[in-house]
Design a protein around this ligand. Structure first.
Ligand code: NAD
Ligand code: UD1
Length: 355
């Protein structure tokens, strides 16, 4: 298939490009580079030994820019990563988050339908479950209250896309709810490149280990978890990237959800739309720190700090639906995750160079 990848220069997008090409697909990237560096795309091409990844420096809110891309290419589907993702910033700048994430997606989807491309995979998040009603979280778990505008953009966009599919069955919408992406490509050439002080655990750990930050603050050790620190479902970004390739089969006319006792296959031709993408294992903050130190032999000083507002104690999924219907499951374990995160950081202490 030929895939439009919005946000393809970013962390998850760049890894997904590699898996797409390795599976025999082609891709065109649209990115406004607001949170990424075009060097990532150069390195993706190097890893794939191809001259270049077709790239348009276009904002998805720019209808004319998108029109030009669609005039020059025919797409079978879109994998839609483009969006702002910093939770704290979204609290400070809610208008910017709603305008970019929701406004951008509405423009993208409109241009897609004008050009007869109605297959989309959307980057959603476990954040839509709020404080989850069940652990492990299945896709049947009700959505919850988000604690920040970023989370609401994901929750609202899921609804927008499902409504669009309902009104026009020509659309195929796949919502992938990512748990906590970490790790990097094993080459160490591409990885997560956060701006400023990292919000998320793994980039903070690697920046402490490389000497850029003094110590990790562990946000709370009084949660109702085995060691008192927060438990999450960390997933290696290469596994996450492969989940997108697996999800493309939802757009094939041959795709059938495997039959089950409750759902005979004849009733089940339309793709199911929501998949949890995690490993199904929960690790605490201290589990991650200890694994990082054990596998990499690096030092990660830490101290216990107060809980972070909006955090929950435990969040991990049951990924059985993605395995049953897409044949996808995570293959990388915690040791791979901490090794590859460190390999990227150690080789690129300042992230990507200036283009
Ligand atoms: P990222 O910031 O590395 O990548 C997003 C890309 O989108 C960036 O390259 C950015 O420049 C681009 N972009 C943003 N707004 C744009 C616009 N208006 N037009 C064109 N390009 C635009 O983030 P990521 O970690 O790769 O995340 C990819 C997607 O997955 C995002 O939608 C994010 O919300 C979602 N997600 C990420 C995580 C995570 O922990 N990384 C978890 C759940 C969901
Ligand atoms: C965060 C976002 C969530 C987003 C997800 C994936 C919040 C409240 N939630 O989730 O919306 O979808 O990232 O990108 O920000 N921790 C520390 N010290 C740190 C950083 C984190 O102890 O410096 C702890 C946290 O308290 C948590 C765990 O590490 O228990 C994971 O944190 P993080 O990586 O930020 O992810 P989430 O909180 O799961």
């Amino acid at each position: 298939m030929n895939i439009l990848v919005t946000g393809g220069a970013g962390f998850i997008g760049s890894h997904t490009l590699i898996e797409l090409y390795q599976a025999g697909h082609t891709a065109v990237v649209v990115d406004n580079l607001s949170n990424s560096n075009p060097v990532a795309l150069k390195r993706v091409a190097e890893i794939l030994s191809i001259p270049a990844i077709p790239f348009y420096h276009v904002d998805i809110r720019d209808r004319e820019g998108l029109e030009k891309v669609f005039a020059e290419h025919k797409f079978d589907a879109c994998i839609h990563f483009a969006g702002l993702k910093a939770v704290g910033e979204s609290v400070e700048k809610p208008w910017e988050y709603y305008e970019n994430n929701i406004g951008g997606t509405l423009t993208l989807v409109d241009v897609m339908r004008m050009h007869g491309c109605k297959n989309i995979i959307f980057s959603s998040s476990a954040t839509v479950y709020g404080d989850p009603a069940e652990i492990p979280i299945t896709e049947n778990c009700p959505k919850g209250q988000c604690t920040n505008p970023y989370g609401w953009t994901k929750s609202m966009l899921e609804q927008v896309l499902m409504d669009i599919q309902k009104a026009d069955p020509g659309w195929n919408v796949v919502l992938l709810r990512y748990f906590n992406p970490v790790g990097a490509h094993p080459s160490g050439r591409i990885g997560e490149n956060p701006n400023g002080i990292p919000n998320n655990l793994m980039p903070y750990i690697t920046q402490v280990a490389v000497g850029k930050r003094k110590e990790l603050g562990v946000f709370g050790n009084d949660y109702d978890t085995p060691d008192g620190t927060g438990v999450r479902d960390y997933i290696h970004v290469v596994d996450l990237a492969k989940a997108h390739v697996a999800a493309l089969q939802c757009f094939s006319s041959k795709f059938q959800v495997p039959s089950s006792k409750s759902q005979p296959s004849t009733l089940n031709l339309k793709p199911s739309t929501i998949y949890n993408i995690g490993t199904g294992h929960g690790y605490s903050v201290l589990d991650m720190v200890k694994a990082f130190v054990r596998v990499n032999g690096a030092d990660v000083p830490y101290s216990i700090k107060p809980r972070r507002a909006g955090d929950i104690a435990t969040c991990y999924c049951n990924p059985a639906k993605a395995k049953a219907e897409l044949g996808w499951e995570a293959k990388h374990g915690i040791d791979d995750m901490v090794r590859d995160s460190w390999n990227w950081q150690r080789n690129n202490p300042e992230g990507y160079p200036e283009p």
